[in-house]
Write a protein that binds this ligand. Sequence first.
Ligand code: ASP
Length: 454
Amino acid sequence: MKVVKFGGSSLASGEQLEKVYGIVTSDPERKFVVVSAPGKRSSEDIKVTDLLIACAEKRINGEDLSNELKMLIDRYGSIATELNLPADVIKQIEADFLQVIDGDRSNKERYLDAVKASGEDNNAKLIAAYFQVMGTKATYVNPKDAGLFVSDEPGNAQVLPESYDQLYKLRDIEGIVIFPGFFGFTKDGHIATFSRSGSDITGSILANGIKVNVYENFTDVDAVFSVNPTIVSNPKEIKELTYREMRELSYAGFSVFHDEALIPAFRAGIPVNVRNTNNPSAPGTFIVNDRENSNGPVTGIASDKGFCSIYISKYLMNRELGFGRKLLQILEENEISYEHIPSGIDDITVILRENQMDEEKEANIVARIYGELQADKVEVEHGLSLLMIVGEGMRHNVGTTARASQALAEAGVNIEMINQGSSEVSMMFGIKAVHEKKAVQALYNAFFVGAVTV
Ligand code: ASP
């Protein structure tokens, strides 16, 4: 049995839904279908979830939302018309939207979550109706009835472990199960959504609970690429990678699959197969526990901007008891979380996401490090990018760092910082953000161009 999840672009129009129907019914193992809300039909289009957020915010502020509401109903209406669905299907969807948007606004975060979740919920109902019209037995299942319980953290809910046993019972439903992604219910019966793009998480939770053989995640690319295709044209596709490799790559900007979605599938050892709705015959990429094929030393290269570093040096830092703890406490008291801490004998660098820092915090942190820790030097550097070279094969290959740093040197990119992850499946370089593109290109050329994969 398989869980199949379709993302927003796979469900953006009636034409896309016809492809989805073809994919699901072509394989009897595809029994559990998790759906997003309709996404963009073109780059100028607006995702349904964004329309819903706009509706909710306008309603909260008492502004006129008739435009957004019309666009929303028209999106579902045009899909229903394209698919010749009975008129009562769209009438019911319209009534559901009006009800949720006019719902209880006493708790704004909860209200917003309920409105956001209605995008996937109504889409699941519409898709179940479509499958039935096509003569396929399909049932819409509500996450509450299925027992998908989550923590009470609106917009960032986490699955509660007892959900898994409940979800196993979905096996008993006859025919195809159509399940809305992106949200669950709190123990008090409130809707709570996962973080954005969270339908991937629902699919993974279902895959774990139902104990399927594969979790197929249908999106709009043929595979996970070894590097960002907007930086390097026609990059190599990855056939197979491990959960750990995927985790490291998505940390630094690979956005094909939600990083939180890996955990449930990983815990149950269920392979994730990323595939293309628009090219279903392509085998896609498998994310697995143990890779059988070698990808060479490097599986993928990722990069992400928006980092800054705090460099601190103090003579004899290595002998000072509690230096690191006190430093991190200063950051904690400024509500800053850190990403990496490469360190030397007399110095330490803390890398953090720049969006957490403002001028006031920076001044406070620097003053406290000088004052309380008596540092010799403190320097904050902004505008950094992190490059990640990721591959399980790095553990057994000598010279990967040398190859990477030589490629960067030849491209004229200065390395501000190097960190070999303790997991030994990744290596990280801090560079100036302005050099990011040429650095990624140089690394790709060094590891992939002309490289043969076994
Ligand atoms: N519709 C939600 C979003 O846009 C969830 C998803 O598509 O996975 O974030």
